[in-house]
Design a protein around this ligand. Structure first.
Ligand SMILES: NC(=O)C1=CN([C@@H]2O[C@H](COP(=O)(O)OP(=O)(O)OC[C@H]3O[C@@H](n4cnc5c(N)ncnc54)[C@H](O)[C@@H]3O)[C@@H](O)[C@H]2O)C=CC1
Ligand SMILES: O=C(O)[C@H]1O[C@H](OP(=O)(O)OP(=O)(O)OC[C@H]2O[C@@H](n3ccc(=O)[nH]c3=O)[C@H](O)[C@@H]2O)[C@H](O)[C@@H](O)[C@@H]1O
Length: 439
C-alpha cells in the first residue's frame, strides 16, 4: 500500500520504517527541512537501537523516502498517518496546533480520497474534530475517513515493539477503513482490536495512566519499605509472581519521566476535568512522582552538606537506550543539586548533546563515568544504562574523594555494596553505611 507518515519524530520515524519493512511503500514527511534532509541521506537523528540498520535496508529496497515537500508527500497515499507532536499546554491539556496544521495541509494538497490514521496521542473527541476539519478543508468531492490507531511503543525498544506489540487498536465505525488497516498490518501477525473511535482514544490515555500509577504505587511502597526495614526488590518480585499483578512496571526508582507519562497523565486529568470529573487517583499519581524525583537529593541532604561539593550525575536520559531528555528526572535532580550549591559533573553515553540544550548551563560534562567520578564527593545514579549497571562498585571507592553513592535505580545488590568502603543509599532498601564520612 502507499502510505505517507506525517511527522518523522520518534513515533513517525519508527512507524515509517516499520511499515516499509513489512512491504509498504512509505513516504516520511516532516516540516523540518533539516530533519527530512538528514533522513533522506540515511542518517537517523535520534538514538534508537536497530533503527538505522532497518531504515537503510528499506531505503535500499526503494520502499522508503523522506521529504519536506508537501506536494510529494500528499500526492498519492491511500493512507495518511498523523504522527506529529501533541505537547502539553501550560494547563496540562494537549496542544493540537500541529494536528490542525496537518488537517489544513491534507485539505490543501490532497485531491483524492484517503484514510487518515491518527497515531498521535490525542484527547477523546479529537478524531471527530479532525474529521470535521478535514470535511471543512477538503477540496470539492474529496472524502476522508479518520481512524484512531494509538501507538504503544516504548523508546529504546521501539523497533522490537513495532514487530512484537501486544495489540493494535483500530478505532473506527467505517468497515472499509478498518479493513484497509487490517490489510496494512496483516504481515505483523499481531492481535487486532477493533473498537469505536472514542474508546480507542481513551485506551491510549488509560494505558499510560495505568502504567504510571503502577510506578507511583511501587515507589510509595518503596518509601514505606525504607521505614519498616523491608526490601522493595523482594516485595516487587513477590507481588509480580501474582499473574493478576504481573512483574512489569514494578521497578521502584526516582520516578517516571519521558515525553509521554508526564504529559498524558496531566492531559487525562484535564480531559476528566472537562466533564466535571475530579480524577483524584491520577492527581495523586502525578504528585507522588514529583515527590519521588526530589527524594534522592533529599536523602543526600540528610547526610551531607551539598554546598561546594562535587556531585557526579550518572545518566541523564529519562531511561536507558535513548537520548531523549524530555521530562527526564535528571532535570529536576540537577536543579536541586545546583540550588543546594553543589558543582554538578554529568555523564550520559548518548544524551549529553541533548542535555546541554535543557540542563542549566552551570552543569559540566564528563566524557566517561570514570571522569565524572574522579574526585567527586557524592554520586547520583539516575539512569540505569548497561555501562552504569556494569561499573564495578570498587571504582566508586577508588575514584571518589568521598564514596557516597545515591542510587536512584537500584543498580547494585546490597551484598555487593557491603563488600566496599562505601555509603550506599538506594530506593526502598536498607542503606549500607560501610564508609565513615569525613565530610
Ligand atoms: N515518543 C514516544 O515514545 C511516543 C509518542 N506517542 C505520541 O506520538 C506523537 C508524536 O510523538 P513524538 O514522535 O515523540 O513527537 P516528536 O516531537 O518527536 O515529533 C513530531 C514531528 O512532527 C513534525 N511536524 C510538526 N508539525 C508538522 C506538520 N504540520 N507536518 C509535518 N510534520 C510536522 C515535527 O517537525 C517533528 O519532527 C505524540 O502525540 C506522542 O504523545 C505515542 C507513543 C509513543
Ligand atoms: O505513550 C508513550 O509515549 C509511551 O510511553 C511509555 O513508553 P516510554 O515513555 O518510552 O518508556 P517506559 O519504558 O514506559 O518508561 C517510562 C518511564 O517510567 C520509568 N519506569 C518504567 C518502568 C518501571 O517499572 N519503573 C519506572 O520507573 C522509566 O524509567 C521511564 O522514566 C509506554 O510504556 C509506552 O507503551 C507508550 O507508547
Amino acid at each position: 500500500m502507499k502510505v505517507t507518515v506525517i511527522g518523522t519524530g520518534y513515533v513517525g520515524l519508527v512507524t515509517a520504517v516499520g511499515l516499509a519493512k513489512i512491504g509498504h511503500t512509505v513516504i516520511g514527511y516532516d516540516v523540518d527541512p533539516r530533519k527530512a534532509a538528514l533522513l533522506q541521506r540515511g542518517e537517523v537523528p535520534i538514538y534508537e537501537p536497530g533503527l538505522a540498520e532497518l531504515m537503510q535496508e528499506c531505503r535500499q529496497e526503494g520502499r522508503l523516502l523522506f521529504t519536506d515537500e508537501a506536494e510529494l508527500a500528499y500526492r498519492e497515499p491511500e493512507l495518511v498517518f498523523i504522527a506529529v507532536g501533541t505537547p502539553p499546554k501550560a494547563d496540562g491539556s494537549a496542544d493540537l496546533t500541529y494536528i490542525e496544521q496537518v488537517c489544513r495541509d491534507i485539505g490543501r494538497y490532497m485531491d483524492h480520497d484517503a484514510v487518515v490514521v491518527t497515531k498521535s496521542t490525542v484527547p477523546v473527541g479529537t478524531n471527530d474534530h479532525i474529521q470535521g476539519l478535514l470535511q471543512a478543508y477538503a477540496r470539492g468531492g474529496t472524502a476522508f475517513t479518520v481512524v484512531s490507531n494509538p501507538e504503544f511503543l516504548r523508546e529504546g525498544t521501539g523497533v522490537h515493539d513495532f514487530f512484537n506489540g501486544d495489540r493494535i487498536v483500530i478505532g473506527t465505525s467505517c468497515d472499509r477503513a478498518a479493513g484497509l488497516l487490517e490489510e496494512l498490518y496483516a504481515p505483523l501477525g499481531l492481535p487486532l482490536f477493533h473498537t469505536d473511535i472514542r474508546s480507542a482514544e481513551m485506551i491510549k490515555y488509560a494505558s499510560n495512566a495505568f502504567l504510571a500509577a503502577k510506578i507511583s504505587f511501587i515507589n510509595e511502597i518503596s518509601n514505606i519499605c525504607e521505614k519498616v526495614d523491608a526490601d522493595i526488590e523482594s516485595v516487587a518480585f513477590g507481588m509480580g509472581l501474582d499473574r493478576r499483578i504481573g512483574p512489569q512496571f514494578l521497578k521502584a526508582g526516582i520516578g517516571y519521566g519521558g515525553s509521554c507519562f508526564p504529559k498524558d497523565t496531566k492531559a487525562l486529568v484535564q480531559i476528566a476535568g472537562h466533564v466535571q470529573h475530579d480524577f483524584q487517583l491520577l492527581k495523586a499519581v502525578i504528585e507522588v512522582n514529583n515527590k519521588q524525583q526530589a527524594s534522592l537529593v533529599k536523602k543526600a541532604k540528610e547526610v551531607l552538606e551539598l554546598k561546594g561539593k562535587r556531585a557526579a550525575l550518572l545518566g541523564l536520559a529519562f531511561k536507558p537506550n535513548t537520548d531523549d531528555m524530555r521530562e527526564a528526572p535528571s532535570l529536576a535532580i540537577a536543579e536541586q543539586l545546583l540550588e543546594a550549591g553543589a558543582d554538578v559533573i554529568a555523564y550520559d553515553p548518548e544524551a549529553a548533546e541533548n542535555a546541554r540544550r535543557v540542563l542549566p548551563e552551570q552543569v559540566q560534562y564528563a566524557s566517561s563515568l570514570q571522569e565524572a567520578l574522579q574526585g567527586a564527593d557524592v554520586a547520583f545514579i539516575v539512569t540505569e544504562w548497561a555501562e552504569i549497571v556494569e561499573l564495578p562498585l570498587s571504582q566508586y571507592a577508588e575514584l571518589m574523594r568521598e564514596p557516597l553513592v545515591f542510587d536512584g535505580r537500584n543498580c547494585y545488590s546490597l551484598e555487593e555494596a557491603g563488600r566496599h568502603d562505601l555509603y550506599y543509599c538506594s530506593i526502598g532498601r536498607r542503606t549500607v553505611a560501610g564508609h565513615t564520612m569525613s565530610i
